[in-house]
Ligand binder design. Structure first.
Ligand SMILES: O=C(CO)[C@H](O)[C@H](O)COP(=O)(O)O
Ligand SMILES: [Fe+2]
Length: 220
């Protein structure tokens, strides 16, 4: 069943010189999750942050840290991100040889497990591992950068996954990530998404604009 809409600001679009303050600001502005994009310059063509930064940010908000790992191989780093304070750990199926084993590894660290599907990755990939999942992330841009344009074909994947999740009877977050703004958010929610990642759309206009930015997205 589609749950109430939750907003996950991506700190990729925050001011990296003031990350602690930025996390506190979006927490106070009504963020439900904090979305943390981890990139390695190998799986994706950009480099961001590691577990030390996640650990440093942890005291700044009690909200769930939704850690999106865009690194390969991913297995050797899962425990470090779990210990750093991740609540949800999301991996790409292409980032390791054994997706089921990777999800079990996340669970063995006591964390919620997610799978992220690139624009060219079919929804069928998650079907055999639904029983291990707490979250499915649909990439609506190619991973690597904030500020890209929403790929509308993601909406068909969200619809298909909404049916798959509902038929399973399990509670699994259906998250959409990339190019979410006031125009695309209602489309994603109508298709069945219940967690909206928003980097650019949250962090535009400075801290005084964050509450209204988040409210507008939630209004979807
Ligand atoms: O995973 C990501 C990129 O790989 C980011 O979460 C995503 O791009 C968010 O940024 P924006 O809302 O600006 O599109
Ligand atoms: Fe992300």
């Amino acid at each position: 069943m589609q749950q109430s809409v939750r907003i996950a600001p991506s700190i990729l679009s925050a001011d990296f010189a003031s990350l602690g303050e930025e996390v506190r600001a979006v927490d106070a502005a009504g963020a439900d999750y904090l979305h943390v994009d981890v990139m390695d310059g190998h799986f994706v063509p950009n480099i961001t942050i590691g577990p030390q930064v996640v650990a440093a940010l942890r005291p700044h908000s009690p909200k769930p840290f939704d850690v999106h790992l865009m690194i390969a191989p991913v297995d050797p780093y899962i425990e470090a991100f779990a210990k750093a304070g991740a609540d949800i750990v999301t991996v790409h199926p292409e980032a390791g040889y054994h997706l089921h084993r990777t999800l079990q590894l996340i669970k063995s660290c006591g964390k919620k497990a997610g799978v992220s599907l690139n624009p060219a990755t079919p929804v069928s990939v998650v079907e055999p591992v639904l029983g291990e999942l707490d979250l499915i992330l649909v990439m609506s841009v190619n991973p690597g950068f904030g500020g890209q344009k929403f790929i509308p074909e993601a909406l068909d994947k969200i619809r298909a996954l909404r049916k798959m999740i509902d038929a399973s009877g399990r509670t699994i977050d259906l998250e959409v990530d990339g190019g979410i703004n006031r125009e695309t958010a209602p489309q994603a929610v109508a298709a069945g998404a219940d967690v909206l990642v928003a980097g650019t759309a949250t962090f535009t206009g400075g801290p005084q604009a964050y509450p209204e930015n988040i409210r507008a997205l939630r209004g979807a």
